[in-house]
Design a protein around this ligand. Structure first.
Ligand code: ARG
Length: 463
């Protein structure tokens, strides 16, 4: 059979054209949304008197049959149909005859593809948000068990100040909460229906765009048809939201890789989520976090690719826009499996509390506390306190101990104004709990943060 658009052509399309031009191999993923959209469109055409009851009934039944064929694997995809929209319409007409040819009234593939793709993006936005909630809940649960487990907080990857592990995990929970909110706001902004815009200028048929919008779960129709068929911002937002979320996941993955190394030994990843080496029998490798870190790159690539596709396009539809799909599908699939496996990795890892606390005895983590003690208890100006503390650190280094292990006597030799009570200030736990300002690392403040995220999670689950 010739192409649906073959009326004005006198030669058949070359098979090379089919290979180059067709999107069917990848846009078949949209079949469900295409059928949903067609059902809503047909029902509106009926309500407007454009289709008879009988025609609508046949179209509805035929589309259900096409759906069944696709889902059971009976549907034969033929690349010369070009894309999923024409493949479905052709099959519908084969099944029901004449009525099938009326389905495309008041519609163009331009608003059809904009609709299908938007429905896909909106549906996966919801799936990704659900998965994000699970990871945030798992982080919060793990954090709850470790609000007293101390580890060195770092800057420049050097020991800086003691923090607790729960606090560290809640930093990631906070990032992922922002990611959730970003997906949420994109969903709200883009929940508008493109169908009924036709090719670019609207249609002379008396379509009811409000009806199709409502039927498909949108808040309203889009405002301007020319914009609607030219717009891929909804996909770009999805790609940006995924790229940013993956950047956060990648930073956590990087820390998991470091923490599970022999040098750190802070966590042990479950055997179920680790791999071995083909030559070194002793090896246990953190492939999952490495892949989370690695896959982040492709999500950036997909974002930049689509931004680049769109940047020079005159209004309205241009075939360049067919390039919007593969990268978006790839990012969405990457995001969903990444969140799913990350959740498992966190839920099943062992936290090696002793190793973390041992590490706190390296690097004089309580140096800032000694300086603060000198300011508060001895009335010494901060600059001078900084210098005295530096001397104390030098003494500890010379003795081969951590600052927290020096006795009051050693410190009094450096500065006579130092009291016996100083040792309490140098303990690592004291140092952690002293950072009790709002949002700080003390156990009490960390618990507050966990409670706050838990409340938020509770509200989201209710919604
Ligand atoms: N396969 C096309 C795409 O994904 C569908 C829209 C085609 N529209 C057109 N006017 N050629 O972009």
């Amino acid at each position: 059979m010739g192409k649906m658009w073959s009326g004005r052509f006198s030669k058949n399309a070359s098979s090379l054209l089919d290979q180059f031009n067709a999107s069917l191999n990848f846009d078949k993923k949209l079949y469900r949304y295409d059928i949903m959209g067609s059902l809503a469109h047909a029902s509106m055409l009926k309500a407007q008197g454009i289709l008879s009851e009988e025609e609508y009934r046949q179209i509805e039944k035929g589309l259900q049959e096409v759906l069944r064929e696709i889902e059971s694997g009976d549907f034969s995809f033929d690349i010369s149909d070009e894309d999923i929209h024409m493949a479905i319409e052709k099959r519908l007409t084969q099944i029901i005859g004449e009525a099938g040819k009326k389905l495309h009234t008041a519609r163009s593939r331009n608003d059809q593809v904009a609709l299908d793709f938007r429905l896909y993006v909106q549906a996966h936005n919801e799936i990704i948000r659900e998965l994000l909630l699970k990871v945030i809940a798992t982080l919060s649960e793990t954090a709850e068990n470790h609000t007293e487990t101390m580890l060195p907080g770092m800057t420049h990857l050097q020991h800086a100040q003691p923090i607790n592990f729960g606090y560290h995990l809640m930093a990631y929970a906070s990032m992922l909460k922002r990611d959730y909110e970003r997906f949420d706001s994109s969903f709200e902004r883009n929940n508008l229906s493109p169908i009924g815009c036709a090719a670019l200028a609207g249609t002379p048929h008396p379509v009811d765009r409000r009806m199709t919008a409502e039927e498909l779960g949108f808040d309203a129709p889009t405002l301007n048809c020319l914009d609607t068929v030219s717009d891929r911002d909804f996909a770009l937002e999805m790609l940006f939201n995924i790229a940013t979320m993956m950047m956060h996941i990648s930073r956590l993955a990087e820390e998991l890789i470091l923490w599970s190394s022999s040098e750190f030994g802070f966590v042990t990843l479950s055997d179920a989520y680790s791999t071995g080496s083909s030559i070194m029998p002793q090896k246990k490798n953190p492939d999952v976090p490495e892949l989370l870190r690695g896959k982040t790159g492709r999500t950036y690539g997909n974002l930049i690719a689509l931004l680049t596709v769109m940047k020079g396009l005159p209004l309205a539809y241009n075939k360049d826009m067919q390039e919007d799909k593969e990268g978006t599908f790839d990012s969405v699939e990457t995001a969903e499996i990444s969140l799913t496996i990350l959740n498992e990795v966190i839920a099943t890892m062992t936290v090696n509390k002793e190793r973390m606390e041992q590490a706190c005895k390296v690097g004089h983590l309580s140096a800032t506390d000694l300086a603060d003690y000198l300011v508060e208890k001895c009335g010494i100006p901060f600059r001078e306190a900084h210098f005295i503390t530096g001397r104390a650190v030098a003494l500890a280094e010379q003795k081969g101990v951590d600052l927290s292990e020096l006795g009051a006597h050693d410190l009094q030799n450096i500065d006579g104004r130092i009291g016996e009570d100083v040792t309490g200030y140098l303990s690592i736990r004291h140092s952690m709990n002293a950072r009790n300002s709002e949002g700080g690392t003390s156990t009490a403040r960390t618990k507050e943060q966990i409670a706050s995220i838990r409340r938020w999670l509770g509200e989201k689950v209710k919604d």
